[in-house]
Design a protein around this ligand. Sequence first.
Ligand code: ZN
Length: 188
Amino acid sequence: MEKLGKIFKALEFAANRHKYQTRKGVGKIPYINHPVQVAKTLIDYGEDDTDLIVSALLHDVVEDTAQNESQVKDLSGKILKMFGENVLLTVLEVSDNKELPVDERKQLQIQMTPNLSDRAKKLKIADKICNIQDIINDPPEGWPEDRKIAYIHWAKQVVNGARGLNHEMDEYFDEIYTLSLQKLQGSF
Ligand code: ZN
């Protein structure tokens, strides 16, 4: 029960933080569906570490619901108190610094991913799997096909730095990568 309690506390916390947000897609899907899907992907691929699942549920809370440095600090304090150091460190590891320009953030993800903790690497792969699935199933508004294709190629470069910890999940990423490119390129 202790594990389930922690997981549901994280789910409630994330749902509250993201409550006014929707995904970028045309379907305007509630944001919380995304972290739930990332956590579910990890569980489907055999990951049962509670702190990893809790980190997956909270993985976009800092990046997407804190507006400036003092809010990041505040939120980090809350996460530390409620969920402990493992979770806070993992969430911060997968959070981009939003003060940097987008291109720089993308480049940094490729460069930094090989140095992340095992938890953060697994989380990165599950996150990229779900983002690519969303691009296919609920495409971001106004993204032309070449932008979608560029995202998928970039995601692969990030994932290449995170491989080797969960073979089946690595293979699933490759499958999604190939299928999604076939779909997009076939649509020209
Ligand atoms: Zn995410």
